[in-house]
Design a protein around this ligand. Sequence first.
Ligand SMILES: C=C(O[C@@H]1C=C(C(=O)O)C=C[C@H]1O)C(=O)O
Length: 252
Amino acid sequence: MSRPVRVAAVSYLNAKPLLAGLQALPAGEVELRLEVPARLPGLLAAGEADVALLPVAALPRIPGAYAVGTHGIAADGPVASVALFSQVPMTQIEEVLLDHQSCTSVALVQLLLAGHWRRQVRFSAAQEGYIDRIAGTRAGVIIGDRAMTQGARFCHKWDLAQVWKEWTGLPFVFAAWAAVRPLPEGFVQRFDEANAAGLERLDEIADAHAAQAGYDLRTYYRDHLRFRLDGRMRQGQALFLERLASLPPVQP
Ligand SMILES: C=C(O[C@@H]1C=C(C(=O)O)C=C[C@H]1O)C(=O)O
């Protein structure tokens, strides 16, 4: 491949530590594009991206997808930025709005409601502006930077990675680098090392984006997010995909 490797990543602050190290790659080796998670599976499947930070719920839909390196976006306990928000207690929720920017978390909430909370609710596709419609018995999933600042607005917040951990005892992987077609010789190792280099500078990266965040990014990067996908992470991912396969066709 003589052209740059086209890398598509999540546009939220959660991905900045993985992306920071890519600057160390040889000039012109990668071309970076940032999108909300729900757009990434389509880019990879259509060949518009060579590598994507792929929401793991999309893996079964992309034939031939394989893991690139050892990094992604995960949590081992509360993640802080993925939650179900509601004004009423769990037992009174009748409808759940599914964040249109999400792919994995909207599947996770359906698994948790059916298998962990054992609640039957209606799921509705959400659109831009849906957060204002979370009211009464209508709850909603919110992911990413927008989720970090909703705390005071809703009476109830269930952190989905924390609930997954309580349910299964395992970490949860939201997204992981993946490709479909072969990559240039040696690229995966260079890319993986570049990711790891970014993780050495978490505080510096947090401070560089602090004004944009408006919350404590150092804590978010250090205490909530996990970027290295070890054996337990992959175990959590496998269990999620197994349970997802037995869920009735994911709505909406
Ligand atoms: C932790 C997060 O993980 C993400 C959630 C995703 C999803 O729900 O599809 C995909 C990628 C990650 O950005 C977050 O967005 O806050």
